[in-house]
Write a protein that binds this ligand. Structure first.
Ligand code: V0V
Length: 136
């Protein structure tokens, strides 16, 4: 089962410039930042409002052959993914696989802040890259 929207991910070419834009334009603050080598991203999580709701995730490429670099080349900056919180990413992935959707990974990988993640292929989800996040 999906519990809530975890975050919305936006591909950006320059993480520092994007953090400044969101701080100055919308008053959003960075609550977490890391580089995920496996995913090839530099990312920042931003709190919206009082910080109790879904977050905004800024995703910048850490390598030219990464998923975010490819997305930027093809589509330019913008919405890249919609992530839902789940209690058990393996169970949620299995349930969606059983409904005929392609999950990108056979077993979960490491996401933000020690979370475990998997993705539904955007072609099987109406053009939306859906991420499943089991928080640490
Ligand atoms: C590609 N397509 C998308 C898309 N990326 N559609 C919607 N949203 C996206 N983000 C479309 C693309 O326009 C093509 O459509 C078609 O999919 C291509 O499919 P493909 O050849 O199978 O795949 P690629 O090589 O374009 O790669 C797309 C996928 C890749 C989704 C497979 O980006 C991937 O593996 N993503 C998962 C990992 C990821 O995104 N990591 C970065 C975030 P047409 O032209 O054929 O119609 S890391 C993260 O979120 C973390 C760490 C976290 O949250 O904790």
């Amino acid at each position: 089962d999906l519990l809530r929207i975890d975050h919305v991910g936006i591909a950006v070419p320059d993480l520092d410039a994007a953090k400044d834009f969101y701080a100055e334009t919308f008053g959003m603050r960075v609550v977490h930042e890391e580089t995920n080598e496996e995913q090839g991203v530099r990312e920042a999580m931003l709190a919206v409002g009082d910080g109790t709701g879904p977050r905004l995730q800024l995703l910048a490429p850490a390598r030219p052959d990464s998923a975010i670099a490819k997305f930027l080349d093809r589509s330019g900056p913008g919405l890249q993914q919609l992530a839902y919180t789940v209690a058990d990413v393996e169970a949620a992935s299995a349930a969606l696989r059983a409904r005929g959707l392609r999950l990108l990974y056979d077993t979960p990988r490491r996401g933000t802040a020690g979370s475990r993640i998997n993705f539904v292929h955007p072609k099987d989800a109406g053009g939306v890259l859906v991420e499943l996040v089991e928080p640490a």
